[in-house]
Design a binder for this molecule. Structure first.
Ligand code: SAM
Length: 308
């Protein structure tokens, strides 16, 4: 098969000609339109033919980090005006972008990696375009969350995307507390320097036995998906330094556990200890206190004080 070569990336000829055959109308760049263009998360060959065409054809490109994106665009020989759009300039820059769109220009929004509007300020620009009646078109492709989910080996039928947890300890723990009885598979993004603390928080909230898949370096040469338990992950990363960006996929709470938690939710700690001892006649009071503290996710002393 013949191909068009763009640096180290080869595009099959029939795909490269997207703009010059009968598909032209469908893939034509429209004026006054914002294109959300997914870019690779580590492997340049994952840029789609349609993404390439849109990026080469729009009036300008808005990028989260223009230096990063300039490198990506240079790899594909794309030379369009580039402006920045990121968390700290999104209000003013969003207005400027929308004004250009309203005046008839076309814009492609890209992020450092993956799908715009997933854990980045793209969602604000999409909302603004909606409010101003500007058309938005998605050019789909890589998304780290979905790539990791499919590799995790955990149930994919129902899942929730949690993105980054708060950097504030109390907010992070409150969120995990809320997720304790979440039955669906959960997806988190995490940076390497915060991985150990997050795994400790997972162990406290979900228990050490909960299955987890730690996915790193996705689509890159050293792509890895570890399928272990939360407790094993805590131990592993005591011995090894976290490297690369991570997506953490955590198995949902088993239904029996959800039911058990619902059963004791209405009990006081003292009633809960009594109920535990009635169910486990062989258990000593101290064992019951330990077990109840673990079940309720509170310090042992709290239960001890309550049954005194
Ligand atoms: N919009 C992007 C997407 O569609 O996936 C996500 C942007 S978010 C700012 C960046 C986070 O995505 C990283 O901290 C990491 O959790 C995850 N991520 C991105 N690329 C990755 C890769 N190659 N391997 C593992 N995780 C990745």
């Amino acid at each position: 098969m013949s191909s068009i070569k763009t640096h180290d990336y080869e595009l099959p000829e029939e795909l490269a000609s997207l703009g010059s055959n009968d598909k032209e109308e469908k893939n034509k760049i429209e004026p006054s339109t914002l294109y959300l263009v997914a870019t690779p998360i580590g492997n340049l060959a994952d840029l789609s033919a349609r993404a390439l065409k849109v990026l080469s054809g729009v009036d300008f490109i808005a990028a989260e980090d223009t230096r990063n994106s300039a490198k990506l665009l240079a790899c594909f020989d794309i030379h369009r005006p580039l402006i920045s759009y990121f968390e700290h300039n999104k209000r003013q820059r969003g207005e400027e972008i929308v004004a250009k769109l309203a005046a008839g220009q076309s814009c492609a929004l890209i992020t450092d990696a993956g799908t715009p509007a997933i854990s980045d300020p793209g969602e604000d620009l999409v909302r603004l375009c909606g409010e101003r009646g500007i058309r938005v078109i998605s050019v789909p492709g890589c998304c780290a969350a979905i790539t990791a989910l499919t590799l995790s080996g955990l149930p994919t039928g129902r899942f929730v995307f949690e993105g980054f947890l708060s950097t504030q300890k109390s907010e992070r723990r409150a969120r995990l507390d809320f997720l304790k009885t979440e039955e669906r598979t959960m997806i988190f993004y995490e940076a390497p320097h915060k991985l150990r603390a997050t795994l400790d928080d997972f162990a406290a909230a979900f228990g050490e036995a909960r299955p987890i898949s730690l996915c790193r370096e996705l689509t890159k040469r050293n792509e890895e998906a570890m399928r272990i338990t939360v407790g094993e992950a805590v131990s592993y990363y005591k011995e090894h330094d976290p490297r690369g960006e991570y997506v953490l996929i955590v198995g949902g709470c088993p239904q029996a556990e959800v039911q058990a938690q619902a059963d004791w939710a209405s009990l006081t700690p003292a009633e809960h200890v009594a109920a535990y001892m009635a169910e486990h006649p062989e258990a000593k009071k101290l064992d019951a206190i330990k077990a109840v503290a673990k079940l309720r996710g509170v310090p042992r002393n709290e239960i001890y004080q309550a049954v005194l």
